[in-house]
Design a protein around this ligand. Sequence first.
Ligand code: G3I
Length: 342
Amino acid sequence: MSEAAPLRRAALGAGRYFGAAVRADQLAGDDRLRAVLLRDCSVITPEIHLKWDAVEPAPGAWRHGAADDLVAFGKDHGIQVRGHTLIWEQSTPRWARERLLHDRDWALVDRWFGAVLPRYRDAIRQWDVVNEPIDTEHGDGGMRRTSFQRAFGNDYVERALRAAHAQAPAAALYINDYSFDYANPVDAARRTALLRLIERLKRRDVPIHGIGLQAHLDLAKGALDEAGLGRFLREVAGFGLEIAVTELDVRESDRRAPLPLRDRRVADAVAAYLGVVLAEPAVKGVITWGLSDRDSWLQDQDSRNRTDLAGLNRGLPYDALLGRKPMYWTIRQAFAEARAIA
Ligand code: G3I
């Protein structure tokens, strides 16, 4: 692979894709980000624009513009767009949560799906239908207590997948969730709970095609459970599902260490994670949750958009000035090594 080979080409060499989450406002205002994205990504995920609270902040006040812009950008440049996300408690507008709980009428969900699924039928081939349904600590049978869960019971996941399939029959439908990665009882229980959910869905012939691993890595959480994670991925694949790493980034635990050490720790965590994940053939691609530290959701509110490089969390492939960091080269290397064993 040449020194200049971008991530999307490295990924392709391993039969995978590489992409990043992006916001339409960032892309519109920054030619350098745009160039970097075009160089490295074959997939983009709108970071916020396809969420219910962004598309319909008030009943009937439809705002499709930002998502339309990203979809048009993808079409112009041959970049796939991932649909994120139809059902997520945190991105459901308050008015809709209240109505769901009051009326318990699935028609409201169908109406919301109908506003986005047909609109992007040709452009978006993969949707996170349900985001973050698992909660083994405070949930009900491992399922997070949400407005949807309270209104329709735990079967809301099945209903959502069937409803999405009816409106977008060709789309790959995903459940997307976090914290399956580390050697602790909570992550282990979450892996088991997700596998049980998949089992129930498959037994009832529910249209589900993939699992999204958010992969928000956290340096304070200690060692990855490499064996447990690898086993979990094999079991997911055993159900006939594909897998994607959908939101990769790294939360640092010590921002006072020298920058080279900090960047090395981040890169090592990514290398360890991708080493396990890319060994599983069902894993089809890797998406980072942003490209530049400048735009990361992990920044404290007051440090976002600053150019004080040391003050920022450094958990994405590019620094705040769009310089490539060790994490970038590590991702590239992980794809190269995955190709070697493929
Ligand atoms: O754009 C508005 C702005 O107009 C307004 O003045 C401002 C006031 O709060 O809010 C701005 O919107 C914020 C938006 O990010 C853009 O910065 C929202 O409040 C804020 O809630 C939103 O946060 C996003 C969050 O999801 C909720 O949608 C984060 O950027 C995004 O990174 C995060 O992504 C989630 C994934 O979808 C699911 N997995 C976890 C991940 C991290 O939380």
